[in-house]
Ligand binder design. Structure first.
Ligand code: NAD
Length: 459
């Protein structure tokens, strides 16, 4: 589906009109291509006095080929390199040293001079300590305040710049730094083009860095449900590009499209209706026979059956809950019971911002998608003991057949009411799920990451 407005805005006549009338100006977003440098320019790294993460973050940036300039001698490096004329690819700030509200001034001091110094599609990442781990109420207050800064920068800087807050556990294990590296590599790169205003938590857990960060899923067996088209097909392509052996699944009616996706990526196809009796056991039998395991399960299949609650028949309610939520539970149960998901395994479920904000005409859908968030919240601590992470992504307006069916006025509103003034692409959701699936991301669990361009809905 094409966004005609965005094409018009990028034309000569469109540019002039948009400027004169102050209309939304959707920027062309930087998206990942294998072999791309991590950032379009140098990174500027700063730290509040006493920060505990600047040193590992500096190390991570250098390993990723980015030599950070620094504004704080405590961080080490070349202070003079950070002159005001440099255009930066990213501003990264370790705020873990801020222990009360008066210390928040350090944020202003760091960001104010460089607020206009970022490249288009540049990145802002602030690192903090999870408020519940802070030693005093004042420290927890200051750390919680970081959310307001990052969300506002996401709305203010424009030109495709994204801003995120990453809370990194204070009780890290070996997996913590690896997953912090994975998270920074995702957030700084073009993989996170349509992710902004998010709060991401890096905790503990088994995490393994890949031999090659351009193939972060090498050798992993990944199942993607609903993969014949849309987000699922994009997922299959992205995961295969990143080195995974992908098993794609969809309903028998979509068999031809599914086979085309499987052929294109050298994967295998399973035709199965997830609502059929014994679907979960049949799937488990297939995975056992073919691969003996499944490292990553991506629950992507989903349907809508929109009607206001007063007009909705029970069938519409039942179908949506069954496909979008109950089938995920049935599959998880069987795969976990048979121990087909090994230690280091991943479950990633697709939710929706409708599950966060609610939506008129979608009581069934929003219930199912909020349930997916409940599933992640409840399973993540339980599965931590088995070394399996569970996360959800919540897409906003993504350009697919599903959104092409929305009436024009609503569709335009959905596209523009976010910090990027445009809809996301299926690949944007796929890249985010990919990052959560990496063996290096094991210490990221129990997160719900929105891929919505910082949509105003449910914000
Ligand atoms: P889509 O309709 O293009 O694709 C969904 C796929 O799931 C289809 O191929 C369909 O055949 C398959 N499927 C449906 N029922 C199934 C069943 N019983 N068994 C097996 N497969 C089944 O939708 P999409 O836009 O690609 O959405 C993918 C996921 O993202 C869904 O969970 C959707 O709710 C979610 N999502 C999409 C958007 C968006 O803007 N497109 C926004 C938020 C969330």
């Amino acid at each position: 589906m094409t966004d005609r407005y965005a094409s018009f805005v990028r034309s000569g006549a469109g540019r002039a009109l948009v400027k004169r009338l102050g209309l939304p100006d959707p920027p062309r977003l930087r998206r990942h291509r294998p072999g791309d440098p991590l950032l379009p320019g140098p990174a500027l790294l700063g730290a509040a006095t006493g920060g505990r993460l600047a040193e590992p973050v500096g190390r991570i940036l250098r390993a990723a080929g980015v030599e950070p300039a620094t504004v704080d001698s405590a961080v080490g490096g070349d202070v003079a390199a950070a002159d005001a004329d440099t255009r930066f690819g990213a501003l990264v700030y370790d705020a873990t040293g801020i222990t009360d509200s008066t210390g928040l001034r350090q944020l202003y001091d760091f960001f104010h001079p460089y607020a206009r110094s970022l490249h288009a599609s540049g990145r802002v990442v602030v690192l903090g300590t999870p408020p519940e781990q802070c030693a005093t109420p004042r420290e927890a207050t200051a750390q919680r305040a970081l959310e307001g800064l990052t969300r506002s920068i996401g709305k203010e800087f424009g030109r495709g710049v994204t801003a995120q807050l990453v809370y990194v556990t204070a009780d890290g294990d070996a997996g913590t730094e690896t997953s912090l590296e994975a998270t920074l590599r995702f957030l700084l790169s073009g993989r996170s083009a349509y992710v902004s205003g998010q709060v991401i938590r890096v905790g503990t857990g088994p995490a393994t860095a890949p031999a090659d960060w351009d193939r972060p899923l090498d050798g992993q067996v990944v199942l993607v449900t609903g993969a014949a088209r849309g987000i699922g097909a994009a997922l299959a392509r992205v995961l295969a590009r990143d080195g995974a052996q992908v098993v794609v699944l969809d309903i028998p009616e979509a068999g031809d499209e599914l086979a085309a996706v499987a052929n294109e990526i050298g994967g295998s196809a399973v035709q199965l209706d997830l609502t059929a009796p014994n679907a979960a056991t049949r799937l488990a039998d297939h995975l056992t026979a073919r691969h003996g395991r499944v490292d990553v399960v991506v629950h992507n299949a989903g349907i809508t059956r929109d009607k206001t609650l007063a007009r909705m028949n029970a069938d519409r309610w039942d179908q949506v809950i069954d496909v979008n939520l109950s089938s995920q539970e049935r599959i998880n149960d069987v795969l976990l019971e048979r121990e087909l998901i090994p230690r280091g395994g991943r479950i990633v479920s697709v939710s929706s911002i409708a599950g966060i904000a609610g939506n008129r005409g979608q009581t069934n859908y929003a219930t199912s998608k909020a349930g997916v968030i409940g599933l992640v919240d409840s399973l993540a601590p339980a599965l931590a003991e088995r070394g399996i992470s569970v996360n959800a992504v919540a897409p906003g307006f993504i350009e697919t057949r599903l959104t092409a069916r929305i009436p024009l006025a609503l569709r335009e509103a959905g596209r523009r009411m976010n910090s990027m003034s445009q809809g996301g692409l299926p690949a944007d959701v796929a890249e985010t799920i990919g990052w959560l699936a990496w063996p290096a991301s094991g210490a990221v669990s129990g997160n719900v990451v929105r891929v919505c361009g910082q949509s105003l809905l449910g914000a």
